[in-house]
Design a protein around this ligand. Structure first.
Ligand code: KIV
Length: 271
């Protein structure tokens, strides 16, 4: 039987055991109570309250404007909807980059005010002191390397990262440093599959890939992309499982027709 089916609550230890057993880790984003309930009920291992909420929930072009208050609100909603999965909460841009005091205070607020189980932070060597202090405070940290959307204005584009040897070497080094600092897992976003495989094999903690190939220890997608709520975003790595956009639009058009034609509500739909 899979480790996933055996356990009542997924913890960071469960993920470690899954890596050791070669069982892949499933992770999706969620931002609200209702979808968190559906996704947790379906048996997901990890839910990420991602700062991609800045794009798909708030309509911002980047994740940069998202605030600590914003993520705390979404995480509170998600935590109310789950029973079993591990909840990871993104630390928004500006809540941890300045210094480790601010980083620790932000992580503590997230843990105390949301009921989430862990936090995620983008970056390697640059944020190591903060990662160590947050881990030392008893808060599990998930790392995030490769394409780190909070640094979009430094990169200038959302294209594949670490194709050049210098950047690949920095990523290899950063992954080791994050593992040594106590991270329980690392997201690898949009990097060559061969590099993701090498890094995954070199670490004892699990890697979770998005656009990083099949050899990561788990996979993550943004819920709005995989369910086809947001149909404008079509990167090569994305598999779209549903087209909620089309289904919802057709349903709303039918509702409008029914109201205009006075076929809704009918006799059974009134008191
Ligand atoms: O914010 C987010 O949704 C993420 C995932 C893409 C990993 O960081």
């Amino acid at each position: 039987m899979s480790i996933n089916k055996e356990i009542k609550k997924v913890t960071t230890n469960t993920l470690q055991k899954m890596k050791a057993a070669g069982e892949k880790i499933s992770m999706l984003t969620a931002y609200d109570f209702s979808f968190a309930k559906i996704i947790d009920g379906a048996g997901i291992d990890v839910l990420l309250v991602g700062d991609s909420a800045s794009n798909v929930m708030a309509g911002h072009e980047t994740t940069v404007p998202f605030t600590l208050e914003n993520i705390i609100y979404h995480a509170q909603c998600v935590v109310r909807g789950i029973d079993r999965c591990l909840v990871v909460v993104d630390m928004p841009f500006g809540t941890y980059q300045s210094n480790s005091d601010i980083a620790l205070a932000s992580a503590i607020r997230i843990m105390k005010e949301t009921g989430g189980h862990s936090v995620k932070m983008e970056g390697g060597e640059e944020i190591l002191d903060s990662v160590k202090r947050i881990v030392a405070a008893g808060i599990p940290v998930m790392g995030h390397l490769g394409l780190t959307p909070q640094s979009i204005y430094k990169f200038g584009t959302y294209t594949v990262r670490a194709k050049e040897e210098d950047e690949a070497n920095k990523l290899r080094r950063d992954a080791k440093l994050l593992e040594e600092a106590g991270c329980f897992a690392i997201v690898l976003e949009k990097i060559p599959a061969a590099l993701a495989k090498e890094v995954s094999l070199s670490l004892s903690i699990p890697t979770i890939g998005i656009g990083a190939g099949a050899d990561c220890d788990g996979q993550v997608l943004v819920m709005h992309d995989m369910l086809g709520i947001n149909t404008e975003f079509k990167p090569r790595f994305l598999r779209q499982y549903l087209n909620i956009h089309e289904l919802s639009s057709a349903a709303v058009k039918q509702y409008i027709r029914d109201v205009k034609e006075k076929s809704f509500p009918n006799e059974k739909e009134q008191y």
